[in-house]
Design a protein around this ligand. Sequence first.
Ligand code: ADP
Ligand code: MG
Length: 231
Amino acid sequence: MIIFDHVTKLYRPGVGLDDVNVKIDKGEFVFLVGPSGAGKSTFIELMLKDLDPDKGNIMVGDYHVNKLSNRMIPKYRRKIGTVFQDFKLLPKKTAYENVAFAMEVVHKPGSQIRKQVPQILSLVGISDKADKYPHELAGGEQQRVAIARALVNNPQVLIADEPTGNLDPATAWGIMDLLEQINMRGTTVLMVTHAKDIVNRMDKRIIAIDHGRVIHDSRQDYEGPMGGDEE
Ligand code: ADP
Ligand code: MG
């Protein structure tokens, strides 16, 4: 359901992505790893059509992403949920309101919002924090709100860019359990990370990029360059 077919996006020779071929099936859980500057964010930006490739084709679900008309881009992006290292919650809205807002902006009816927001807050395990503002929540709780927001419009794919980067190890494992649970419900998960211990303990597919090229793509433990603290 995600296909990168000979995708090249070079900022200058050797910098960006260079002839990348990747196929991710619906329902997979995939880690995308590699040192800083490897091309991970470029991969994500191409998927979100924040960037266009120089060459090659990108397919996500039913969408031929690099051929998408401007008019179709907002509709396409709604099929993809995104979460980031720094959560990006709206500071003046409660947990409930942050999630509800994601439905309001796509004009979901109020009745549906009132029904679904509590369900999704329960799924991510923070029903009791619905009325708290982000600054009243711990990091792991904020990330749970961000995940709820990313999921509330039922995306086919969840992209998580360093979702545990700001969390202590115990909290990070809680978030990994949640992402695994979401994946088991059918959402494809693509997680960018530097956390070698997480990647090698989870037994999932690992795609490693370095200097814009895929250098590893398997479920085997990955011992190559990954960046982060050990770099
Ligand atoms: P990663 O997310 O793996 O750290 P990126 O995809 O952000 O890597 O970047 C890959 C390389 O492309 C880096 O060397 C970065 O400096 C370079 N790069 C990213 N965006 C631009 C840009 N807009 N113009 C020029 N170079 C860029
Ligand atoms: Mg990056």
